[in-house]
Design a protein around this ligand. Structure first.
Ligand code: SME
Length: 158
C-alpha cells in the first residue's frame, strides 16, 4: 500500500480518474470493512476537501454512523428521514443542490449547503449509504454520482 495519496489537479473528472486506482490499491488485500470504509472517507476528503464524507450502515430499522471525516455528526437516522434515510428507502442516489430546500433534511452541520447520498446495495438490499456534504451550494452533479458509485463498487461489503 502506498503511504501517500497523490492529490490530482485538473477537472473534477480528472481528479476522480486519478483517485480511483489509488482507492482500488488501498482496498486491495484488506478484508476488514471498517478499515476500508475509513480509508475511502479519508481519500475522498483529502482529494476533494469536502466538508463531510462518511458512511452510515443499516442496523435494523435505522442508519448508524460509520467511519467519516469531518465535523461530528448525527449517530442514528430513521428510514425515510433526511437525505440519507430517503436514499435508503428509495434505494437510489440523491443529489441535493440546496439542502435547505430538501424536505426533512437533517442538518448535522449548519455549514452544509449541498449534499449527495449514494446507497450501497448487496443482493438488492441497501446495507449502507455514502453521504458527502459540501459547504458550497450546488457542488454535486452527475459526474460525482458516476464516480462515487464506481468507488462504492470497489468496496466488498459481504
Ligand atoms: N444531512 C443528512 C444527515 C447526515 S449529515 O449530513 C452527516 C441527511 O439529511 O440525511
Amino acid at each position: 500500500m502506498a503511504e501517500d495519496l497523490h492529490i490530482a489537479k485538473g477537472t473534477k473528472e480528472a481528479q476522480y480518474i486519478a483517485l480511483i486506482p489509488q482507492i482500488a490499491a488501498l482496498l486491495e488485500g484488506e478484508k476488514h470493512l471498517i478499515a476500508n470504509l475509513a480509508n475511502v472517507t479519508a481519500a475522498l476528503k483529502q482529494q476533494f476537501g469536502w466538508l463531510w464524507v462518511g458512511f452510515y450502515q443499516v442496523k435494523g430499522d435505522q442508519l448508524v454512523l460509520g467511519p467519516f471525516q469531518g465535523p461530528i455528526a448525527c449517530t442514528r437516522i430513521n428510514k425515510g428521514r433526511g437525505v440519507c434515510g430517503t436514499s435508503w428507502a428509495e434505494a437510489k442516489t440523491i443529489v441535493v443542490p440546496e439542502v435547505s430546500k430538501f424536505p426533512g433534511h437533517i442538518a448535522c452541520s449548519s455549514a452544509s449547503k449541498s449534499e449527495i447520498v449514494i446507497p450501497i446495495l448487496v443482493h438488492g438490499d441497501v446495507v449502507a449509504v455514502l453521504d458527502v456534504d459540501s459547504d458550497k451550494l450546488d457542488d454535486f452533479d452527475a459526474v460525482d454520482q458516476k464516480y462515487l458509485e464506481e468507488i462504492i463498487g470497489l468496496i466488498k461489503f459481504k
